[in-house]
Design a protein around this ligand. Structure first.
Ligand code: ATP
Ligand code: MG
Length: 431
């Protein structure tokens, strides 16, 4: 018996098929059993008549949702059935029994989170995870296609890069100055002197104490770093990457986007239209004029301001030249205005906010040291990093893309937690 997927069976359209999967829904009478069977490809209605299964009827009659079964039968079109097809079954085998599956209709968000290992099987989660798989593949394909090497940095680190407040410390054989990586950056910059163009997709960890719909404590971070890069190169690569990812999802996940009710016309401009580029200072003027929001110069943009700003455009905004004091120590001071840095945030439309943070890297070792001190850090701890500025330094830069952030936006999810199989937040680290 050769088992094919439900989708392949549907495409076969008629004749004998053998399929296997899980009972998605079931109902029956004393003569018939209707099963909607699910596998990773689709769902299909299957009909089992008592007269054909006298010996097995007791087992079939008691079948509950999520039991795993294998069956053979004849497939035909049936407009009334959920996916437009039905199978008249003549062979049936129960593989794994399922009793009183805990997940039923209308359960609370908390209950579903406690049963995340089971909720993963839901059509909603499966659909999102298929898009997630496309996104990871597309990122990888993009960077390889642009001549970047895949490179790996340590997760245990003894330095901070994005501010000390959200570091996770680890008990490292009794030593307390070891943290989980917030970013690969300080270990990526040393590698560009050999490989020039590098990227990674790896978990980053941040002890986010605030409850927002955009922050996880463990998230997947797609990062790139590049020798000889200008600030414009960094922005261009970010724009091309996002265009490529969205294009791939539109091509490969039409069914999934439809299932999620995603308005595809909102994603199409991302592929075809140039992104909007503006400086932080221009952004403040637009916020004032068009959104009646006054932000004093020097303050970082808050979620609410980013949200209002991104709703004005149908493509991401690349916001540049932020005040130095709101950005990390490694960003290049603008040669034309030392109050701002050559850093850029990519803000996704429809109110989704920051998906990429990037910058040109400060090459002046004295400036890097000074800013580390201002952050309360000891430059001595960063000697290995400072060597990148001592031996043949070149202009360079890079960015980090929050993979769950882009999935959340592409799928138009309410909360980032649904973009990852087992979300980790301040309250949730189980199951
Ligand atoms: P935010 O202001 O939203 O907290 P950030 O400025 O701390 O972001 P960066 O340090 O620039 O973010 O990190 C690079 C990218 O990683 C961000 O653009 C975002 O897409 C993603 N990111 C950062 N923190 C998180 C998080 N806690 N959960 C998920 N993704 C995150
Ligand atoms: Mg942050």
């Amino acid at each position: 018996m050769k088992y094919i997927s439900i989708q392949e069976a549907i495409e076969k359209n008629s004749g004998k098929v053998s399929i296997r999967g899980w009972v998605h829904r079931e109902r029956g009478s004393n003569k018939m059993k209707f099963i909607v069977l699910r596998d990773s490809s689709n769902i299909i209605q299957c009909v089992l008549k008592k007269e054909n299964f006298t010996k097995q009827w007791n087992e079939i009659d008691k079948l509950q949702v999520e039991s795993s079964i294998m069956l053979t039968g004849t497939i035909k079109e049936d407009k009334r059935a959920p996916s437009g097809y039905e199978i008249q079954v003549n062979q049936f085998e129960l593989v794994g029994k399922s009793d009183n599956y805990p997940i039923t209709k209308d359960q609370s968000v908390e209950f579903l989170a406690d049963h995340r290992h089971l909720w993963l099987r839901s059509q909603k989660m499966t659909t999102i995870l298929k898009i997630r798989s496309t996104v990871f593949g597309a990122i990888d394909e993009f960077f390889k296609g642009e001549g970047f090497y895949e490179y790996h940095s340590p997760v245990f680190q003894a330095v901070q890069c994005e501010g000390g407040s959200d570091l996770f410390s680890v008990d490292y054989f009794g030593k307390k100055d070891v943290f989980l990586a917030q970013t690969w950056q300080l270990y990526a910059e040393p590698a560009i002197f050999g490989l020039e163009k590098i990227y990674t997709i790896a978990p980053s960890f941040r002890a986010e104490k605030s409850k927002t719909s955009r922050h996880l404590t463990e998230y997947w971070h797609a990062e790139m770093e590049m020798a000889w890069a200008t600030f414009k190169d960094i922005q261009d690569y970010g724009e091309k990457l996002i265009k490529h990812v969205v294009k791939q999802v539109l091509e490969k996940n039409k069914t999934e986007l439809e299932f999620l009710g995603r308005d595809i016309s909102k994603l199409k401009p991302i592929v075809t239209k140039p992104f909007v580029r503006m400086t932080y200072t221009e952004a403040l003027k637009i916020l004032d004029k068009k959104c009646q929001m006054k932000v004093p110069w020097g303050k970082d943009l808050r979620t609410i301001e980013e949200e209002k700003l991104t709703k004005l455009y149908d493509v991401p905004i690349i916001c540049t030249h932020y005040p130095k004091k709101v950005k990390a120590f490694y960003m290049t001071e603008d040669p034309d205005n030392p109050k701002v840095v050559l850093g850029c945030d990519f803000l996704a439309p429809e109110g989704y906010g920051e998906i990429i943070g990037g910058s040109h890297r400060e090459h002046d070792i004295e400036k890097v040291k000074k800013r580390l001190k201002e952050d309360g850090e000891k430059p001595e701890e960063y000697e290995f990093y400072l060597d990148t500025r001592r031996y043949g330094s070149v202009p360079h830069g890079g960015f980090g893309l929050g993979v769950e952030r882009i999935i959340t936006w592409i799928c138009k999810l309410d909360n980032i937690k649904d973009s990852i199989p087992f979300p980790r937040t301040m309250e949730r680290y189980k199951p």
